[in-house]
Design a protein around this ligand. Sequence first.
Ligand code: HEC
Length: 219
Amino acid sequence: MKLNYNTIKAVSIIGLVLLIICGFMLNGKKDPNSPGVEFMPDMYRSPSVEVYGVTKFNGDDIYSTQFMPVKGTIARGYIPYAYPNTPEGYEQAGLYLKNPIASSAEVLAEAQLLYTKNCVHCHGATGAGDGKVGQKLPGAPPAYNSGTIKNLPEGKIFHSITYGKGLMGNHASILTTEERWKLVLFVQTLQGPKETAVADSTAKTTPAVAEVKKEEPKH
Ligand code: HEC
């Protein structure tokens, strides 16, 4: 490389600048609380990202990965339930909804287990409405083999388990669609053959939860 005046000038200027920088770095009283020079500050101070939103960090938008799903998004494998929680929805479910699961000893054994875990405390082991909790309700659950419930179509049974009815709560959040259909099969075994319907003694429709809440607590 040929050294001319300009090269020497450039090298001297760079050298001078470096000297000044070094001077700055060595100079001065050290602040004991200073974190020092931060190389890549976002490694030291991670931005607190809002769970469901966009956070500003160093002037940039940081997108959280946990956005609410787009409206209308359906989880994989989930089939939306088409019948609304209205008297019309109940009637339509009774007319059109059919059980996709065939009955078998294995399915019924599984359904009985689900029934024991989720229903027996209100409806009783034989579906007579005499479960320990059921008896304490302002209106006991009707027996499955009583006049009103005996001939209940499978669609209505499914609809009532799904949304709940009167004092019975909604079971859609704790039982899968498949589990609810298996329970329908089990309830049908407790309904018994059609001709054996018993008198409708316990089968008074229970008041809606809202009405019960208004009542004064009994001591
Ligand atoms: C908190 C107590 C309670 C639990 C738990 C409960 N039920 Fe009920 N169930 C009731 C009551 C009360 C009724 C009567 C509702 C009415 O007609 O007002 C009822 C009604 C029913 C009916 C008749 C629905 C209709 O359309 O008339 C079926 C079928 C039924 N329950 C099945 C089940 C199954 C299956 C489970 C378990 C997954 C279950 N229930 C859990 C209290 C309960």
